[in-house]
Design a protein around this ligand. Structure first.
Ligand SMILES: *Cc1c(COP(=O)(O)O)cnc(C)c1O
Length: 374
């Protein structure tokens, strides 16, 4: 076999069967609510269009994206379910969104007016979700301005208010009182919306709340990370990780005791040992801060990566085991066999697994899908 045509040097494999399982499971947890699969940031690094199709296949009836551009990409790919786009800079032209039936979020009078203007331009009614800030102090309308926003929305001719909505700050800390405080503020906002003559649906639950707060499922839930099989709460849930990051051994060699490895010579062999060179590095999503602090799954074992992680390569210490050029190397995966997980990388580097998987969207890393039904 030609070496050049062998497996990609670096590849994320996206298991759509696991994704469908997760969506169906979460949809079942929130069986009285509709399910919006959140596919922002290119589906948390998994590929928004493929994920969206599989999620809809598994029972999601909504898609959630951050920017309008992301939503329009889904429409262009043939996704016909409702899509909510919730954050773009001021001055955005919402007309293409209105034309493509993208639901839009408004957190301010200015945003609502911009959306109404776009609807006027498109000669259509825009469907809007009014966002109330219940304590995250990020996106969303402050409580003090809310009654003005709902009043204006209620009397603007080409605005149809579908929902009011909000986002939780600490849903991943089970039992945290701030979640209850947010829920109370959300109730207040709902009452004000009713008083303004609106009859909106309501949504507030992210993945953590889907798993731990059935009382907050309301009309629609918005799971993101959990559809990718990563559990944000320390509560058991039947989720299966969707992404595996893998490569293959490019070169093997034996070095004598006392030789050191990689830039800075930060690791020195205590005994004669076999090394395996793997052609992935920080340009491919392996954090350099994992140098001398990570393992890979290679030839049926966890084995330490030794020496510094470079831009394009890492070195694995295999001791006296013989590994072969071309052997598969799993950088992270579901963890079922003992291979490292995205969570393990996150814990070691002081971040969250969201950042690890989302950071795998890289031009040099191939992305392939398994478990597709199409
Ligand atoms: C990202 C996001 C979600 C999904 O959050 P997860 O923690 O990944 O479930 C839901 N709603 C909004 C507004 C978001 O930005």
């Amino acid at each position: 076999m030609s070496g050049v045509m062998a497996a990609p040097r670096a590849e994320v494999v996206i298991d759509l069967e696991n994704l469908r399982h997760n969506v169906a499971y979460l949809d079942g947890l929130a069986k009285d609510a509709d399910t919006m699969a959140v596919v922002k940031a290119d589906g948390y690094g998994h590929g928004a269009v493929e994920v969206a199709r599989a999620a809809v296949d598994a029972g999601a009836t909504w898609l959630g994206s951050c920017s309008l551009t992301e939503a329009l990409t889904l429409r262009a790919a043939g996704c016909t379910v409702p899509i909510l786009a919730w954050l773009d800079p001021s001055g955005t032209d919402y007309a293409p969104g209105v034309e493509q039936d993208v639901d839009l979020s408004a957190s301010s009078i200015t945003q609502l007016k911009d959306i109404a203007a776009a609807a006027g331009k498109a000669g259509r009614t825009a469907r809007v979700h009014l966002k109330i800030d219940t304590g995250l102090s990020r996106n969303g309308c402050p409580a003090a301005d809310w009654s003005e926003l709902v009043d204006l929305a209620a009397k603007t001719a080409n605005i149809e208010v579908h929902s009011i909505w909000s986002h939780l700050a600490v849903a991943d800390e089970v039992g945290h009182p701030a979640t209850d405080a947010q829920a109370e503020r959300f109730d207040d906002a709902y009452r004000e919306a009713l008083a303004a003559g609106l009859d909106p649906r309501r949504h507030i639950a992210n993945s953590a709340a889907v798993i731990t707060r059935p009382d907050l499922h309301l009309d629609l839930v918005r799971p993101g990370i959990a559809i990718y099989g990563l559990n944000p709460v320390p509560v058991p849930a039947d989720l299966r990780p969707v992404m595996t990051f893998r490569s293959a051994v490019a070169l093997t060699k034996r070095i004598p005791a006392g030789e050191s490895v990689s830039y800075g010579l930060s690791w020195t062999a205590k005994n004669d040992t076999n090394l395996a060179l793997v052609p992935v590095g920080y340009a491919d999503g392996v954090p350099r801060s994992l140098s001398n602090r990570m393992h890979v799954w290679l030839a049926h074992k966890r084995r330490p990566v030794v020496g510094r992680i470079c831009m394009d390569q890492i070195v694995v210490d295999c001791g006296d085991d013989v590994v072969t050029e071309g052997d598969e190397v799993v950088l992270f995966g579901a963890g079922d066999e003992g291979e490292p997980t995205a969570r393990e990388w996150a814990d070691t580097t002081g971040t969250i697994d969201y950042e690890i998987v989302t950071g795998m969207y890289r031009p040099r890393v191939a992305r392939t899908y398994t478990g597709s039904r199409r």
